[in-house]
Design a protein around this ligand. Structure first.
Ligand code: NDP
Length: 285
């Protein structure tokens, strides 16, 4: 029977352990707070009494912890003999440098890391449309592909362990700021008596940025920031209206005010008559 160990029983680790149980794997779980594994134990998972026992139970170990400080804290509890020879599928979010450092630390102890960045929330685990970025040694990814695909599809980026977390962090950078924008706009809506359900179709249409992304990406790639369709000076005036509308409704305007500040920096840098895309250059500088 195939076996896997899952370390970390947050919502993500629980969903992953559940997906392996559904596929008939022998699943061992470990969590700092043991009770979080109770449901999985009822479903057939084995609860390890120590990190060492969890590692010894399988040569494939999924790490789903809050960050790499937690990864370090957990792995330090095991003797080096329990690390050697194992494949660690590290789906823990952190910076590319931390992911590279964990890979090097494991390699020094005879273990291999596959770095991953999961692209779906826990309910998406085990569904066909789900995808995870992976980086690390390609031959190990390929030899473990069937095990990885129990969780999500595999999008392999290359040997550099930092690539998967880099793509993950870029995406989540876009995601968090867009989601914060949605929440801010909805706060203004609520303050004006418009419910989230009522505004939903408008929010969906507004946040479907595909047209803009496909229009802007080739221009950014080409360094083409002419103000033929949009100008930062227009953006400044527009965001000023957004801030004033929010504040008039008694809503904290600090989020759009931060956007306004960025746009003003673009104008101060001499880009007022150029496209908003020139902010990419302002931000890099
Ligand atoms: P949680 O924050 O809920 O789970 C964190 C896990 O880390 C828990 O098992 C917790 O243990 C453990 N932990 C935290 N600190 C320590 C420590 N010092 N020592 C030992 N264990 C520790 O996260 P999720 O399950 O939601 O996510 C797991 C990973 O997946 C994260 O890196 C997250 O960024 C990533 N991710 C999550 C998504 C989501 O939608 N949830 C989507 C995509 C990626 P304890 O139970 O004892 O507190």
């Amino acid at each position: 029977m195939k076996s896997v160990t899952v370390i970390g029983m947050g919502p993500m680790g629980q969903a992953m352990a559940g997906a392996y149980l559904d596929k008939g794997y022998e699943v061992t779980v470990w969590n700092r707070t043991p009770a979080r594994a109770d449901e999985l134990v009822v479903r057939g998972a084995a609860r390890a009494g120590s990190v060492e026992a969890a590692l010894i139970a399988s040569d494939l170990v999924v790490l789903s912890l809050i960050d790499h400080d937690a990864v370090d804290a957990v792995l330090a509890q095991a003797p080096e003999t329990a690390l050697a020879g194992r494949v660690f599928v590290n789906l823990t979010s952190d910076t590319p440098d931390r992911m590279r450092a964990t890979a090097a630390w494991l390699a020094e102890r005879g273990a291999v890391q596959l770095a991953g960045g999961v692209q779906v929330p826990p309910p998406g685990i085990g569904t066909p449309e789900a995808m995870t970025y992976y980086s690390g040694p390609e031959e190990v990814i390929e030899s473990r592909r069937a095990d990885l695909e129990v969780l999500t599809g595999v999008h392999y980026l290359g040997a550099d362990q930092g690539l998967a977390p880099l793509y993950y962090q870029i995406g989540i950078d876009m995601f968090w700021t867009a989601l914060a924008g949605y929440l801010h706009g909805q706060a203004v809506a609520e303050a004006n008596g418009i419910s989230a359900d009522e505004f939903l179709p408008h929010a969906v249409r507004t946040l479907d940025l595909r047209y803009f992304l496909e229009f802007y990406a080739p221009r950014i790639t080409a360094g083409h920031h002419e103000g033929d369709v949009d100008r930062i000076s227009m953006g400044v005036a527009s965001v000023e209206h957004v801030v004033r509308t929010a504040e008039a409704a008694g809503v904290d305007g600090s989020l759009p005010a931060a956007v306004l500040e960025l746009f003003r920096r673009g104008v101060a840098a001499g880009h007022g008559q150029r496209s908003l895309t020139s902010l990419v250059e302002v931000l890099k500088a």
